[in-house]
Design a protein around this ligand. Structure first.
Ligand code: GLY
Ligand code: MN
Ligand code: MN
Length: 443
């Protein structure tokens, strides 16, 4: 299907759902603001800008501040499209036919032009930051909770258009990952590797859906390692890259871990762990099916990691005792994954279908997705196994620490850790692993 046909079906689906929801929640109209540029205090340099996810879920305009959607039951939707007259900055580019044909596009020069469209009525709902909507009066419903929950819930089911966007973002990310791996093999620094990633991506870095994590050696044990060293380390032992790409406001979120060329006993051991984690990750991704509880899948990940720790003699005892003693939580201290879409950590991961809270289990406070999966969900599957000195030190002081083969574990600290992350579409049958398909397509 063409982009235009996919988008047209996407909008028709959204409009049908919205007509139903407006009626069910007692509203005549919903306005969605795209957001507004923000500035740090004491400075006039704008922060990087991205529209609200709710806006992007309707229009492929991820970087257009101060636009407004006007969505009325049964009527053609209106986009108030801000193209200010400003000789300091370029205005957003002209609307493109393939998506604009679904909208009544009204070009405006000033956000004040859409403010007057908003009726001060109890039947008016508006989504946006309260500070940007100040002065609209007490009568309108700003971010009404139950309507927002229903819209969030709809966003957990990806339309064909959204699936195609995430797959395109996966292809872009896969190509850039390949280039980054080549730069690692050449012995480049973290910054050099990141530049190779961006070069292959061939897009403005501000389009990245999140700050890429480029970690050599023990930096891979820092879950959200945020620096990029200019100098390479003495030896390239290992490389963890968690970096994605954007397509029309939809994200991919991909992690791969690679071994360097060091031919040491520890190096062989670490490569064995990467292979075992890759196998585990593929199995978990394959089990992302409608009806499966993501909390159960997270627990299966812990079982699988316990088996790996036991088979490699890093930890003694049965895998049950390794999990029960909390040992796997030292090596895998984050969640198995999250919803993915217009936001990298997409909405409604910790509520049920009616918006009721589904908090993570007490032992897994970092798990962002606690629901049973449904057809049309797109999730990340990202088990990890890390050698984090701070957490290892703590485990050493606990009785479960006696099960750990400390010399072997400590010999792996310089390799940092492993994470392997794929993006997966849940269907009624076999899941679709967008990331593996994307790597396959470019090889
Ligand atoms: N890149 C952030 C995450 O994997 O959730
Ligand atoms: Mn992720
Ligand atoms: Mn990631």
């Amino acid at each position: 299907m063409s982009d235009q046909a996919l988008y047209s079906a996407h909008i028709n689906h959204r409009r049908e759902r919205l007509d139903h929801l407006l009626n069910a929640h007692g509203f005549d109209v919903l306005f969605i603001h795209s957001g507004r540029l923000s500035y740090p205090r004491f400075d006039d340099r704008a922060q990087p800008f991205r529209v609200h996810g709710h806006f992007n879920a309707w229009v492929p305009l991820p970087y257009t501040p101060d636009c407004l959607l006007e969505l009325r039951s049964g009527q053609r939707p209106v986009l108030w499209y801000l193209q200010p007259e400003d000789f300091w900055h370029a205005p957003p580019k002209a609307p493109e036919e393939w998506w604009a044909s679904q909208w009544d596009v009204q070009i405006i020069k000033d956000p004040a032009d859409w403010v007057k469209r908003i009726e001060r009525s109890e039947a008016t709902a508006v989504i946006g930051e309260e500070a940007h909507l100040a002065g609209l009066g007490d009568h309108i419903a700003v971010n009404p909770r139950s309507l927002m929950q229903a819209l969030d819930e709809d966003r957990t089911f990806k339309t064909e258009y959204e699936r195609a966007c995430i797959y395109q973002a996966s292809l872009k990310g896969a190509r850039a990952h390949r280039a980054a791996k080549a730069a690692f093999d050449e012995g480049q620094s973290e910054l050099g590797i990141f530049q190779a990633y961006l070069h292959a991506l061939n897009e403005d870095p501000m389009t990245l859906p999140y700050d890429g994590i480029v970690a050599l050696n023990d930096h891979a044990s820092i879950l959200h390692y945020q620096h990029r060293d200019i100098e390479g380390p003495k030896a390239h032992l290992s490389f963890l890259l968690d970096a994605g790409a954007d397509h029309l406001g939809y994200a991919s979120d991909i992690t791969r871990t690679h071994m360097g060329h060091a031919q040491t006993r520890e190096g062989g051991m670490f490569q064995g762990l990467i292979d075992a984690m890759d196998h585990l990750e593929r199995g978990l991704a394959h089990s992302a099916r409608a009806g499966h509880s993501f909390v159960d899948m997270h627990h299966q990940a812990h079982q699988g990691i316990a088996q790996i720790l036991s088979q490699t003699d890093l930890v003694s005892g049965s895998s049950e005792s390794i999990v029960a003693g909390g040992i796997t939580r030292t090596f895998f201290p984050h969640g198995l994954g999250h919803f993915l879409g217009a936001q990298v950590h997409d909405v409604a991961g910790q509520v049920d279908g009616q918006g009721r809270p589904l908090p993570p289990p007490p032992d897994d406070p970092m798990l962002r997705l606690t629901r049973a999966l449904k057809e049309g969900n797109v999730v990340t599957i990202e088990p990890g196994l890390y050698f984090i000195p701070m957490l290892l030190e703590k485990l050493k002081g606990e009785s479960a620490g006696q099960q750990v083969n400390w010399p072997a574990v400590e010999s792996l600290i310089p390799f940092g850790g492993i994470r392997i992350e794929d993006n997966v579409l849940v269907t009624e049958a076999e899941p679709v692993n967008y990331t593996r398909e994307a790597f396959h397509a470019i090889d």
